[in-house]
Design a protein around this ligand. Sequence first.
Ligand code: SF4
Length: 239
Amino acid sequence: MKKGAQQRGRRVPFVGFELDARRAVRLRTAEALQTGRTPLTLIAVAEDAAQLTEELTRQAIRADPPQPSACREGCDWCCHLTVGTSAPEVARIVQYLSEMLSPQELAAFRERVIRLDEERRKLPVARRDKAGLPCPLLVNHRCTAYAVRPLTCRGFNSADADACERFVKSPGNTALPLNATQLRLTTFALDGLAAGLTESGLKGDRLELTAALRIAMEVPDAVERFLAGEPSFAAATLR
Ligand code: SF4
């Protein structure tokens, strides 16, 4: 089951607000890529999209406070769902890990990515989203890349951790009490990021996080080839 795939019907007060988020991220992405096409530009694009979306989310929450959030450090049910992401976000995560982890930790991460990607690929496509496999960035119930986590993860939220557990263990049978505004803002921002990439002549496909991390770790020039317009992350396209 993909993150945010199912939600209980809460009203959405900021209809149109998420379109502003999409537009802003699209324009800023395309503008940044006009000024340069280096891995650092791509990382900056992901950082800018995350910062903008966080700010808009804060504004939305201030204007219309949702139910109290049950999300806490150490609660990781949503880290067992499929995460849709983008090439800039993947480049940012890998760069962050290369700075933050020791060579041993980086090697362990690489092994985890490969093992989990293999496990996922062994499953029929229709069952992958419901397999409950952990994210390779999850260690001891914590995200090792929390500061640079994808927009999808930033959007996921819940007012009931027990419902999240039921949702992961028995997908399709549980509705989640989500803050729909937060979820929609990040979803639209990710879409704007994809649109900005496409307008710049790059591949804007939604990527599955584990597979995309594997490509970024195993193919040394994957990001440079992506920036040259090649489909270097095609094998990670989310279906
Ligand atoms: S990137 Fe971090 S927050 Fe997102 S699913 Fe993975 S471990 Fe969880």
